[in-house]
Design a protein around this ligand. Structure first.
Ligand code: UDP
Length: 319
């Protein structure tokens, strides 16, 4: 298939672009490099540097079989402080992308959605029919986009899939997490192991969880990429399917720090810090719908995620 990958110079986008090239697809990456890296675009993909709102239309006029839409701003705290960046950069830009898809008759869309659509859960594991009550503009914007996509599938025949990621981690070869502002737990813990940070702040140890630290559902970026390929194959016209992507198993912050200690052999000092505003105690996906309908089962463990992220961190430090 000829595929447009927006945000293909970022973390999840570049890993997906690499998988798609490896699977033999013709891949065009569109990225404005606001947070991505030109050298993260895989060999074999064509790279177009440009704004989503401006560049997607002229590109789609060439004729594409599908779009995988990763380009987004993704810092929850920033979305609270500067919501305008998120309504414009995520929601307005994606509306323009949908209009270009409609105008040029692009048949398929796979969208990078998020567990943040659900907000504080009433029940875990979280199913796709759980209430959607996002607690910040980042999640609210992603949910607004999911709502737009449903309406385009219904009205204009688009074959669409939204994948709601839980906590993505790990690396694929030379493709991994290289955020200028790092907020995610595993890369932060590995920065301590590699000597670029003194210690880890664990945000709260008085949560209602077995060890008092927050529990999350971590998913390897390679498992995630496999789900995108299945979504692309199984997308049906006039249908918007929504799947949670998680393993169905949770690990606490303490367990993640311990896994990182075991894999790196580094003591990794960790200190308890105040709770971070907006963090739910436990987020775990129900992975049943993706298993039943996509035939997707994640196969990589927390140790695989930490091991691959650690290899990636060390290789970048040596480069
Ligand atoms: N966390 C932490 N210290 C950090 C970064 C994150 O204790 O320096 C915790 C955070 O409170 C959450 C978990 O690690 O419970 C995962 O956070 P992350 O930001 O990686 O992902 P999120 O679940 O917020 O999407």
């Amino acid at each position: 298939m000829k595929l447009l990958v927006t945000g293909g110079a970022g973390y999840v986008g570049s890993v997906n672009a690499a998988h798609l090239v490896e699977a033999g697809h013709e891949v065009v990456v569109l990225d404005d490099l606001s947070t991505g890296h030109a050298d993260a675009v895989p060999e074999g993909a064509r790279f177009v540097q440009g704004e989503l709102s401006e560049a997607a239309g002229p590109l789609l006029a060439e004729g594409f079989d599908g779009v995988l839409h990763f380009a987004a701003k993704s810092l929850v705290g920033e979305s609270v402080a500067k919501p305008e960046l998120y309504w414009n950069g995520n929601v307005v830009a994606t509306f323009r992308l949908l209009e270009a898809i409609r105008e040029h008759g692009t048949p398929r869309l796979v969208f990078s959605s998020t567990a943040a659509c659900y907000g504080e859960p009433e029940e875990v594991p979280i199913r796709e029919d759980a209430p959607t009550r996002p607690t910040n503009p980042y999640g609210a914007g992603k949910l607004a986009i999911d709502t737009m996509i449903t309406s385009y599938a219904n009205a204009h025949g688009l074959a669409a899939v939204s994948l709601r990621y839980f906590n993505v981690a790990g690396a694929h070869g030379r493709f991994g997490e290289r955020h200028a502002v790092e907020t995610h737990l595993i890369p932060i813990v590995l920065q301590v192991a590699s000597g670029s940070r003194e210690s880890v702040a664990m945000y709260g140890d008085d949560w209602p969880t077995p060890d008092g630290t927050c529990v999350r559902d971590y998913i390897h970026v390679d498992d995630l990429a496999e789900a995108h390929q299945l979504a692309l194959q199984k997308a049906e016209p006039s249908t918007h399917a929504i799947y949670n992507l998680g393993s169905g198993t949770g690990y606490s912050v303490q367990q993640v720090v311990e896994a990182c200690r075991a894999i790196t052999g580094h003591a990794i000092p960790a200190a308890v810090a105040p709770r971070r505003a907006g963090d739910p105690a436990v987020l775990i996906a129900s992975a049943e719908r993706a298993a039943d309908q996509l035939g997707w089962k994640p196969s990589r463990s927390l140790q695989d995620m930490v091991g691959d992220a650690w290899r990636f961190t060390r290789e970048r430090a040596q480069a």
